[in-house]
Write a protein that binds this ligand. Structure first.
Ligand code: ATP
Length: 299
């Protein structure tokens, strides 16, 4: 097969807690990650020239060279396997960047899985995981879909039952929050309020959407909301439009709300679009993606 096309799904964090800090500065986290039906499209095709990696991205703001995570993923795969060919990676970028939605990580994950197929490499899940963790803490999760508990620095993954089916409204208002800044500030801050990740997992186990939504929490909001009150404002507006829970995803600044029907989420989407004014707002109404939904595009 000469061309592979894959969906590279975004994730949201239904819960995120920090439980400690490693000697090298990485933080130990306890997080529930959920795949959502917002995706970049990754198209891979084989090139005649061995070892060459080319990136083409629909968004000029995304780095096109060797700092692109998709490029780095392809390089690691080629270092481990003699493909005898090069690869052209086309990225149709839909996921907002530096947004807490794992946009770069998911592109990298799709490249690892896509190259495995394109070149018939027969890599095991373990081998793909070990390449993934060298690229970033979220990349191993991006080799999967559904609802997962992430521990360690996020790379120790335990499958959870699929979260009860729900719609999420995802809103990104275009301003960037540096992940490094968030963690540095958090180290200096006193964390009073830790989310109850166990209660969240329990609600997922019991398939109780309302209890799940009430248990959602992200400890990183401790620092981001202080500096960016817009985040709280978005959460408040989501609740006003009928969200049964609203939270910042990852290190932000993207905020999502959980709705119990498609109609409610789409109605909220319309209101958020109408009220954007001068804000470079991007919003999406998406469904949760379940475990083992493969993300392979047929066409
Ligand atoms: P996470 O939730 O994993 O912390 P994020 O959503 O906050 O990720 P990304 O969208 O991955 O952040 O972008 C972070 C930085 O990574 C960007 O500023 C960008 O320069 C760089 N980057 C490298 N490769 C990519 C890619 N394929 N897509 C998006 N950003 C990329």
């Amino acid at each position: 097969m000469e061309i592979i096309k894959r969906k590279a799904y975004a994730k949201i964090n239904l819960g995120l807690d920090i439980t400690g800090r490693r000697a090298d500065g990485y933080h130990y986290i306890n997080t529930v990650m959920q795949t959502v039906d917002l995706y970049d499209v990754i198209t891979l095709s084989a090139l005649e020239e061995p070892d060459v990696i080319k990136i083409e991205c629909s968004d000029p703001a995304v780095p096109a060279g060797d700092s692109n995570l998709a490029y780095r993923a392809a390089r690691l795969v080629m270092d481990a396997h003699e493909t005898g060919r090069g690869v052209l990676i086309k990225i149709e970028k839909n996921i907002p960047m530096a947004a807490g939605l794992a946009g770069g990580s998911t592109d990298a994950g799709a490249v690892i899985m896509g190259m495995n197929e394109l070149f018939g490499l027969r890599m095991s899940q373990d081998e793909m995981d070990s390449i993934a963790v060298r690229l970033g803490a979220d990349v191993a999760f991006c080799l999967r879909t559904g609802t997962w508990l992430g521990q360690g620095i996020g790379e120790e993954l335990t499958p959870l039952p699929d979260a009860p089916s729900a719609w999420a409204l995802i809103v990104n208002d275009g301003f960037e929050v540096s992940t490094k800044w968030v963690y540095t500030e958090l180290d200096a801050a006193e964390i009073i309020d830790h989310p109850d990740i166990e209660a969240l997992c329990d609600a997922i186990e019991k398939q109780d959407l309302r209890v799940m939504s009430a248990a959602m929490g992200n400890v990183l909001e401790t620092v981001t909301i202080d500096r960016y009150p817009q985040i709280n404002e978005l959460k408040r507006k989501m609740t006003e439009t009928g969200a049964i829970g609203a939270l910042m995803s990852g290190s932000g600044p993207t905020v999502f709300g959980i709705y119990d029907s498609k109609a409610a989420a789409e109605d909220a989407l319309r209101q958020f679009k109408e009220e954007a004014g001068d804000i470079p707002r991007r919003c999406f109404s998406v469904q949760f993606v379940r475990n083992l939904q493969k993300g392979v595009l047929d066409d």
